[in-house]
Design a protein around this ligand. Structure first.
Ligand code: BES
Ligand code: MN
Ligand code: MN
Length: 464
């Protein structure tokens, strides 16, 4: 079914009306989903992760999907749904994730992470923005299109439960189900806009290489008075090794680290500098007195088009109450590298490993263990799907969206292109200030409803 002229205007109004009539129910259903602690990283929540999958599956079915099923994997299940109205029409594959990050540290939440509340026009809960709230916009947009007889093309849904732990099983599922997943474009809402009055479309994701390192000294913990000063202290050594990974300009010191980096042209950097951004507001939001990063690049560039190396966790020795005089036998750290176009996750992991082992001084042994990784992705802006997203947002926000390069990673996106040959549109509705992965994560009601309103417009313009 195609829309044109007045027909489309009235259809739009009917959908608006439907959303208006059902908005309270849409919200209460989302709150129900947010009450399920679907933390994929922690096996203690395995049953809850499944409950969240069942919830999504049930809602896809009741919204009007012909197929809504749960696919088992070696890990958490994948929900698949579809509505095929006419095989000759295009098919949009919607991807999202119903799993969430662990909620700790719990004491920093103003209200419990899995007891969602609406405060100051925002929904507070773990997963409110990343990604349950944004997945739910798609299910309710689909319900709205179905209920108002406005679905203009075919749609498939693939909502997974392992995005926050690297999507390994989804990768296997995609490779094994290419025919089932046949589509024309992938649509994802799992990113942010610049501000509620500055709509934007994310046109880049960074890749990722995540590792764990362990430094071992003596064969046991030692009295720090008896042995201290004479035997390597793994924590001292690990700190020194980590500190050596950046130079005084905050460049990463691993040999050949930047070799594959695709540098932006001066014109591209100039275009990027036009992205609305206030350094003062940025610092104020984070309560920092200055920013810090690689010399020669702006804050926006540092957080999107440049590769990074960061410690995500570090431990060893005594951290209980009071003091214990001890030289630990071991010290460890979790380290992530964010990668940019042309850098390859496996290659960078190997490069890091070789370097880190080579800088270990005598007196300790070093082990490097790779975790998950993912490749970077860039969305072309001269495509039919980009224009459809641009028109959809321009209509719903009343302002043309700006393309922005994001700094986060969604590893499956590069794999979609490799395995399915499909491009992805990252039409997210969150805000960087939504505190994803952090205490007091939230999602604005404005953003939730704006998403529900915008998604059908993307469907419409993409099908034209
Ligand atoms: N939705 C985020 C990624 C994101 C956030 C992209 C904001 C752009 C802007 C996603 O759920 C996420 O957190 N991904 C992880 C990667 C994963 C392998 C753990 C990340 O970026 O750390
Ligand atoms: Mn996410
Ligand atoms: Mn996330």
């Amino acid at each position: 079914m195609q829309f044109c002229g007045n027909n489309s205007i009235s259809n739009q109004q009917i959908m608006q009306q439907y959303i208006q009539q059902h908005k309270d129910r849409f919200l209460s259903e989302l709150l129900e989903l947010l009450r399920i602690p679907s933390v994929s990283a922690d096996s203690k929540y395995k049953a809850d992760v499944r409950l969240a999958a069942e919830f999504i599956c049930k809602k896809l079915k009741s919204a009007g999907a012909d197929i809504a099923e749960i696919n088992e994997t070696a890990g958490h299940p994948i929900v698949y749904g579809e509505k095929i109205i006419d095989k000759s029409l295009p098919t949009i594959l919607v991807y999202g994730h119903y799993d969430v990050q662990p909620a700790d540290p719990l004491n920093l939440w103003d209200s419990p992470p899995f007891e969602p509340i609406v405060k100051d026009e925002k929904i507070y809960a773990r997963g409110a923005c990343d990604d349950k709230g944004q997945v739910y916009m798609h299910i309710k947009a689909f319900e709205t299109m179905m209920a108002t007889n406005s679905l203009p093309c075919n749609v498939k849904f693939m909502i997974e439960g392992e995005e926050e732990i690297g999507s390994d099983n989804l990768g296997i599922f995609v490779k094994a189900n290419k025919a089932k997943l046949k589509a024309d474009v992938i649509l994802i809402s799992d990113t942010a806009i610049v501000a509620n009055d500055i709509p934007s479309i994310d046109v880049g994701l960074r890749g990722l290489s995540y590792l764990e390192v362990e430094v071992t000294g003596a064969n046991r913990d030692l009295h720090s008075g008896v042995y201290g000063g004479a035997v390597a202290n793994p924590i001292n050594i690990l700190s020194k090794m980590i500190a050596s990974l950046h130079d005084e300009n905050n460049h990463i010191t691993i040999p050949n680290f930047y070799d594959d980096v695709l540098e932006l042209s001066p014109a591209e950097r100039q275009a990027m500098a036009l992205t609305p951004f206030s350094l003062e507001a940025y610092k104020e939001d984070l309560a920092i007195n200055d920013v810090r990063g690689e010399a020669g690049y702006s804050t926006l560039e540092r957080a999107s088009i440049r590769p990074t190396l960061d410690v995500n966790g570090i431990w060893g020795g005594y951290i209980g109450e009071g003091a214990k005089t001890v030289l630990p036998s071991k010290a460890s750290a979790k380290i992530s590298m964010r990668l940019v176009p042309n850098q390859q996750s496996d290659k960078m992991t190997a490069m890091f490993t070789k370097h880190f082992e080579s800088i270990a001084p005598a007196g300790v042994t070093v082990k490097v263990r790779p975790h998950h990784g993912g490749e970077p992705y860039v969305t072309p802006t001269d495509s039919k799907e980009y224009r459809a997203a641009e028109r959809a947002m321009e209509e719903s926000f009343g302002k043309k969206p700006v393309p922005t390069r994001g700094g986060g990673s969604i590893p499956i996106v590069a794999l979609f292109e490799k395995e399915l040959g499909l491009k992805t549109i990252l039409m997210g509705f969150g805000l960087d200030s939504d505190a994803i992965h952090s205490p007091n994560e939230h999602f604005g009601l404005f953003n939730f409803y704006k998403g529900i309103e915008t998604i059908p417009l993307f469907f419409k313009y993409y099908s034209e």
